[in-house]
Design a protein around this ligand. Structure first.
Ligand code: UDP
Ligand code: MG
Length: 310
């Protein structure tokens, strides 16, 4: 492993169709440095690992780490970054060719000449994406940027090229609940962007469902802000003053001789409303407690079943 090397980390989960296409596309790109492709097989249940091994026979610059089961892309990224800590440059790419390999030489050029530590690919459009998904995605970025000190950029991909110092910083964070989009932003460093047109995956299908994405967004918010806890405190204070106001109204009605024992419908509405507020607040609190609980177990982010590198 020379100091000039570039490690390309590629998380893989059930991608038997895309792996050969990815290797081919990457081999067509002229790079100014010596590269290594590190596939992290995230517990694929198809024969992705066998296909990686077949590709490995054809070219010496392919390596792999394979997990004992599916741990999620976050675990795969961490394993890849840890294994690449001695490389001068490290890149993270999806195997489905949604991250165009042609950008790599441009990124390398930028990182050398612009005095930045990280070059990030940013998609310039969200066409081809369902409107509802764009809406939720944009709302998520708006909300998290309002409430968190860690600023996330909409459209920023995991696809990026980093210098060694950035990789070391990311790996040094010991948290178990990893939200990479936030961690990439949190570590700071100088960065520049490359915009490109959004592409469809070349083959296979995405492993992410809408529910997965929703949970991912929730985890991101809990990981990078405690402001939701402040929001429920504010709601609590507001309700407290509302109850004082209601008490004044009831007492005033008594002295004015207006009977107060009516209004079943309004009573039910109020009870339902405040039960809702309470359950919501408990839910928000619960997310933070769950996060603390999971963190305190200190379980590893992944378990390696086999690998061909140190
Ligand atoms: N991936 C993974 N583990 C998972 C799900 C996905 O390693 O549990 C990999 C997948 O093989 C791909 C990348 O993460 O290389 C992005 O996944 P996908 O294309 O499904 O996500 P999308 O592009 O829709 O965000
Ligand atoms: Mg994809």
């Amino acid at each position: 492993m020379s100091q000039n090397d570039l490690s390309i980390i590629v998380p893989v989960h059930n991608e038997k169709e895309t792996i050969p296409l990815f290797v081919k596309a990457l081999s067509n790109v002229e790079l100014p440095v010596k590269k290594n492709i590190l596939f992290v097989d995230d517990g694929s249940t198809d024969n992705s690992l066998e296909i990686i091994k077949k590709e490995q026979k054809k070219s010496a610059d392919i390596h792999y780490i394979s997990f004992s089961r599916n741990f999620g892309k976050e675990g795969a990224l961490l394993a890849g970054l840890k294994a690449s800590i001695n490389y001068k440059y490290v890149s993270v790419m999806d195997v489905d060719l949604q991250d165009p390999p042609e950008l790599l030489p441009i990124m390398l050029n930028k990182i050398k000449n612009d005095h930045v530590d990280m070059v990030v690919a940013r998609r310039s459009n969200r066409k081809d994406e369902p409107v509802i998904r764009s809406f939720f995605s944009n709302s998520f970025y708006w909300f998290i940027n309002k409430i968190s000190n860690t600023k996330l950029v909409s459209g920023e991909r995991d696809f990026r090229l980093m210098k060694n110092n950035v990789v070391r910083a990311i790996v040094s964070l010991s948290e178990n609940q990893r939200f990479s989009k936030g961690i990439f932003a949190w570590v700071g460093f100088r960065r520049s962007y490359i915009s490109y047109q959004n592409k469809d995956r070349i083959a296979g299908k995405s492993s992410w469902s809408f529910i997965d994405l929703f949970k991912y967004a929730m985890d991101g918010i809990v990981s990078f802000s405690t402001f939701p806890l402040t929001i429920i405190t504010i709601i609590g204070i507001f309700c407290f003053f509302l109850s004082i106001l209601a008490a004044i109204v009831v007492v005033a009605r008594f002295f004015m001789g207006i009977p107060s024992a009516f209004g079943w419908a309004s009573m039910i509405t109020i009870i339902l409303f405040f039960s809702g507020v309470q359950l919501l607040s408990i839910g928000v609190l619960g997310r933070y407690i769950a996060s603390t609980y999971l963190e305190s177990k200190k379980r590893p982010n992944y378990i390696v079943r086999e690998k061909d590198i140190e």
